[in-house]
Design a binder for this molecule. Structure first.
Ligand code: FES
Ligand SMILES: [Fe+2]
Length: 569
């Protein structure tokens, strides 16, 4: 890497205790007889303490001076100037220039650990849930069951029957009173987890305290079902005091302003750790490459235009961070500014100001367990659109949006699972991200913002590490499982499931039609009909058209199940 003015600026703006890495060390030896690695901590005095690895407490006091931009690294104390070589592995964007760094005071809230279990997490799109049956979900490694009670309220219970621990999600909803029946011995529970019927103990109190299942608080916001992953009286108090994190601008947009939006939230499960997906969704510099031809273009003039500024980690209310990002989301329009915010535990929002008519895209990333998360996305646009197009868009089926979004997410999924396996097997907590990663450009600052929050005093290395749960590195999945659209989305999406059923039925009908027409053709030819006659030509072209259409539907079916995503194409 060559040293340039940008790098120099970053050094001078480095916040206290900012970590850099320099390894291998300058291509020549400062101490001892071989290359050594070292960590550099910059302080606001612009001095660096280098502690070479493997050399005990031996240290070198270094200074980064003005000669940096001339390609020199200058060291104090008996160490001669050493020319930087291309072998030097600097990670300058492990430092974020923050707003007023010299005046920054660490807020009280930032000094306290984030309570990962005292939060609202979205687990389902309400309109996707069939109220006639229970639904299993995971959150933070625990199993829950979602059910709609007699008051049409979605409830959440621990997915464990109080009798002999059978999964309640394998049970059924009783149509007579909307209670949840455990299918093992028929105990029935209401939405609060109370046992309202124990068939084998009808002579005993059916609502005995011991017979209750654990219940968790739930609520619906913006079409999403949120649950609170602790139960008990204290959690009732805590959860009542806060609302789920939501879009910061939906109250500024009226329905007349909206010219385009996805009909409702799109959800998809990722076989990827939560922190890797948050990092990915907060990093837009991958879009022109990972989504080339789908949602961006690597050949665009603006493919690599990313200016990130105004990083603010001093938010007291949301306890997250914000930054401004100048880039070209489509790759075809000149770069524009977006305000980006991360609100823990799971919301990332991109707001485009748009002269009083803001547009927004937001994502929730819910940690299901250590290796999987669920992503919800929603976008609302207020750009003027010609009326005929607007009318057409309003009539589109929901699954059509989902085909596009699945294609986009496949572009991430194709490498994110393996990225998760590689990073977590190298460093299960990724606490050493500043050394593990090589963050070389301004576009990487969003990664730095996330990692600083996640591994800092607030995030404590994530929900599992914060609870002292041993971290288990993920195991690699087969390609078919990584990109399994059916398991990750379609089976929980009524619109896509219905479309898939229609496609399968259509294929069967076309196959049957092709077979019948072929038999008709064979019979005609057998009776001496000329192959170029009108009846024979009709039967032949009908057979071919049926087979071609069936092939097309087969291709479409794969878009609801599994289709390899090849970035090399
Ligand atoms: S385990 Fe549920 S009723 Fe027996
Ligand atoms: Fe869908």
């Amino acid at each position: 890497m060559s040293v340039n003015q940008t790098l120099h600026d970053v050094y001078l703006n480095g916040a206290e205790q900012t970590h850099f890495r320099i390894t291998p060390f300058l291509g020549r030896n400062l101490i001892g007889g071989r290359n050594v690695g070292c960590h550099v901590q910059l302080s606001h005095t612009r001095r660096a303490n280098c502690r070479p690895a493997n050399y005990g407490n031996a240290s070198i006091c270094c200074r980064f001076g003005n000669q940096l931009d001339q390609g020199h690294w200058q060291a104090e104390r008996n160490v001669p100037d050493v020319r930087l070589s291309s072998k030097i592995n600097l990670s300058p964007y492990a430092s974020i220039p923050e707003t007023n760094p010299s005046q920054r005071q660490v807020p009280q809230a930032e000094q306290e650990g984030f309570h990962w279990r005292a939060q609202w997490y979205p687990v389902a799109v309400v309109d996707d849930l069939d109220p006639s049956r229970p639904h299993a979900t995971k959150l933070l490694g625990d199993d829950y069951v979602l059910m709609q009670d007699a008051d049409k309220v979605w409830r959440c219970l621990e997915d464990k029957c109080s009798h002999r621990l059978a999964p309640l999600s394998q049970g059924r909803i009783e149509p007579s009173d909307s209670t949840l029946m455990c299918s093992y011995h028929g105990w029935r529970f209401n939405g609060e987890g109370h046992a309202v019927s124990i068939p084998q103990a009808h002579f005993q109190s059916p609502t005995a305290e011991q017979a209750a299942c654990n219940s968790n608080r739930s609520c619906v916001q913006e079409g999403l079902l949120f649950i609170w992953p602790t139960s008990g009286p204290e959690s009732f108090v805590h959860s009542s005091a806060v609302s789920p994190a939501g879009s910061q601008i939906t109250d500024q947009i009226t329905s007349e302003d909206i010219t385009f939006q996805h009909t409702m939230h799109f959800q998809r499960d990722f076989p990827v750790p939560y922190d890797i997906v948050v990092e990915n969704i907060g990093d837009q510099s991958h879009v022109p490459f990972a989504h080339h031809g789908v949602a961006g273009s690597r050949t665009s003039d603006w493919a690599n235009h990313f200016k990130l500024s105004a990083v603010n980690r001093d938010l007291k209310q949301a306890d997250g961070y914000t930054y401004d990002l100048e880039w070209s989301p489509s790759g075809f329009k000149a770069p524009s500014l977006q305000h980006v915010s991360f609100t823990p535990p799971s919301l990332i929002e991109y707001v485009t100001p748009n002269e009083g008519k803001p547009s927004t895209v937001w994502f929730y990333i819910t940690p299901l367990d250590q290796h999987n998360c669920r992503v919800f996305s929603h976008s609302v646009g207020c750009d003027p659109i010609p009326k005929p197009i607007s009318w057409l868009l309003s009539k589109r089926p929901r699954w059509l949006d989902h085909l596009v979004l699945n294609e986009v997410f496949d572009g991430d999924m194709a490498y994110l699972h393996q990225t998760g396996v590689i990073t977590k097997n190298q460093d299960a907590s990724l606490d050493s991200w500043a050394r593990d990663y090589f963050l070389a450009s301004e576009a990487d600052r969003s990664v730095t913002a996330w990692r600083k929050w996640y591994h800092g005093a607030r995030g404590q290395g994530g929900p599992f590490k914060a609870e002292g749960i041993p971290l288990v590195p993920p195991t690699p999945l087969k390609r078919e499982d990584i990109l399994d659209r059916y398991a990750q989305h379609v089976k929980r999406c009524p619109s896509c499931s219905k479309a898939l059923r229609g496609i399968k039925t259509g294929q069967q009908a076309l196959q049957a039609a092709a077979a019948v027409l072929f038999l008709v053709l064979a019979a005609q030819l057998g009776q001496g009909t000329s192959p170029v006659s009108w009846p024979a030509a009709t039967a032949a072209s009908g057979t071919i058209a049926s087979l071609v259409s069936q092939g097309w539907l087969h291709g479409l079916e794969k878009k609801f199940t599994y289709e390899n995503y090849d970035h090399a194409k």
